[in-house]
Design a protein around this ligand. Structure first.
Ligand SMILES: Nc1ncnc2c1ncn2[C@@H]1O[C@H](COP(=O)(O)OP(=O)(O)OP(=O)(O)O)[C@@H](O)[C@H]1O
Length: 298
């Protein structure tokens, strides 16, 4: 649905976005992750024509954003939830936005209900919490019944219930055939609902693949504790297993608990602990971006 090709943006001497190419599929939630300053916002701004790229382009089903006949009906974007008139009520903010895009006013009531803001419809946006502004910004993006949602850090300011609600909403939007591209510097949060990930660091693309592919590559292994450490290490190595002695335990790479427990049983070794380990998605992404700034992990 979205194709980003060789997208590049330079600010002075620094490359904020460096030759970025990736695709975002319809019917799936794609997470856009990277440490602070990696270039997520700059990329998303270029995706909706708010920042002019130095090179490269972004297309929606083959059509350049600036050539879309009715962009509000194709792409709904929330890039900065603070961007609204504080003196306007939620309803009036949405009416003004609808009028600008030629969208019928009946959509205003519908989107207020969709994001759960009906009770606050007549309150001024200036009195809204950041979480309520996020919902109002999402409501604006939904006015044109778009096929694509682009959201930059949409859970900022949402409470845990709000975050769960947003996650379910976006999953459902994708299930109905929509395209969701959502950025976050919180890997743990994205890993809970994204199908695909686009990972960037220091302006460069590091990976663009499914969460399943990334986790599938993760090293699985077995952790063993025993008082007969040296004896078991030799036995496991004799069976051709890659074994590592880490202080008071053995880590056996690329195998399962069943294999190790059989060797242990056959050789009457007494165990203190036997467990399977796997690296989390977060560990993998941290490895990918280690050379760039730190990810926030909570
Ligand atoms: N208008 C601008 N002028 C100069 N430099 C900019 C501008 N906008 C962004 N940058 C720089 O480009 C780089 C990428 O910034 P960007 O905001 O896109 O990153 P990000 O991944 O969205 O980070 P964050 O999660 O902190 O918002 C940063 O080094 C930033 O300082």
């Amino acid at each position: 649905m979205i194709t980003v090709t060789a997208l590049t943006k330079r600010y002075g001497n620094s490359l904020a976005v460096d030759d970025m190419t990736f695709g975002v599929a319809a019917g799936r939630v794609t997470g856009f992750v990277g440490p602070n300053g990696a270039g997520k916002s700059t990329t998303m701004r270029m995706m909706v024509g708010l920042t002019h790229p130095g090179a490269g382009d972004v297309r929606y089903s083959g059509v350049h954003y600036r050539d879309l006949k009715d962009p509000a009906r194709i792409v709904g974007a929330v890039l900065d939830a603070r961007c609204m008139h504080p003196g306007r009520t939620a309803r009036n903010h949405l009416r003004a936005t609808a009028a600008l895009s030629g969208i019928p006013f009946r959509r205003v009531g519908e989107v207020l209900a969709e994001v759960g803001l009906e009770p606050a419809a007549n309150k001024r946006a200036g009195k809204f919490s950041l979480g309520m502004r996020q919902r109002l910004a999402l409501a604006s993006a939904l006015l044109g019944e778009p096929q694509v949602l682009l959201l930059d850090e949409p859970s900022n300011g949402l409470d845990p219930d709000g975050i769960r609600w947003l996650r379910d909403y976006l999953k459902d939007f994708a299930r109905r055939g929509g395209t969701v591209f959502v950025s976050s510097h919180l890997i743990s949060e994205l890993s809970m609902f994204a199908d695909d990930l686009v990972v960037i660091g220091a302006g460069r693309l590091l990976a663009a693949e499914s969460v399943a592919a990334i986790t599938g590559r993760n090293d699985v292994g077995v952790l063993v504790r025993t008082l007969q450490l040296v004896e078991l290490e030799a036995l496991l190595a004799a069976h051709g297993l890659a074994v590592e002695n880490v202080v008071d335990r053995l880590v056996v790479h690329g195998t399962t608990r069943d294999v190790v427990s059989q060797i242990v049983f056959d050789n009457s070794i007494r165990l203190l602990e036997l467990s399977e380990t796997s690296r989390s998605l977060e560990d993998s992404l941290l490895d990918m971006t280690r050379s760039s700034a730190e990810f926030a992990s909570t």
